[in-house]
Design a protein around this ligand. Structure first.
Ligand SMILES: [Zn+2]
Length: 127
């Protein structure tokens, strides 16, 4: 499943970053997911919940920000947010220009799938 592999690589990336920073606990993780990735944030959260069990990510607050699709139309020059095809049976999403319905558009935004920030707790050096 799409969400599972994505959740898996995200959890791994977070744990990797935390490890490099000597974190003993992760308090918060913020994700940015573009609409065009067709990831379902609820499912993604659910998968992360399963994958993070027993890790230092276990008690973190997971925040998922959806990023709307922004395009630049090659035909009429429209630049801005657009609606994507809601048909979730297809993993291929087509962005169309809301002005002239051209599908030859540049995707400016909406394909993100990134970890924006993580808040970690380090071992107390004075302890
Ligand atoms: Zn257009």
């Amino acid at each position: 499943m799409h969400e599972l592999s994505m959740a898996n690589s995200m959890v791994e990336a977070i744990l990797d970053t935390a490890k490099k920073n000597d974190a003993i606990k992760i308090n918060e993780a913020v994700f940015e997911i573009g609409e065009l990735t067709m990831l379902n944030p609820e499912q993604l959260k659910f998968m992360i919940d399963i994958l993070r069990e027993g890790t230092i990510l276990e008690d973190a607050e997971i925040v998922i920000n959806m990023i709307p699709t922004k395009i630049e139309c090659e035909s009429c020059g429209f630049t801005g947010e657009t609606k994507t095809d809601e048909n979730r049976d297809h993993l291929m999403t087509v962005a169309t220009c809301p002005e002239c319905e051209n599908t030859r558009v540049h995707i400016l935004q909406g394909q993100e799938c990134t970890i924006k920030t993580i808040k970690i707790e380090k071992e107390d050096e004075n302890a």
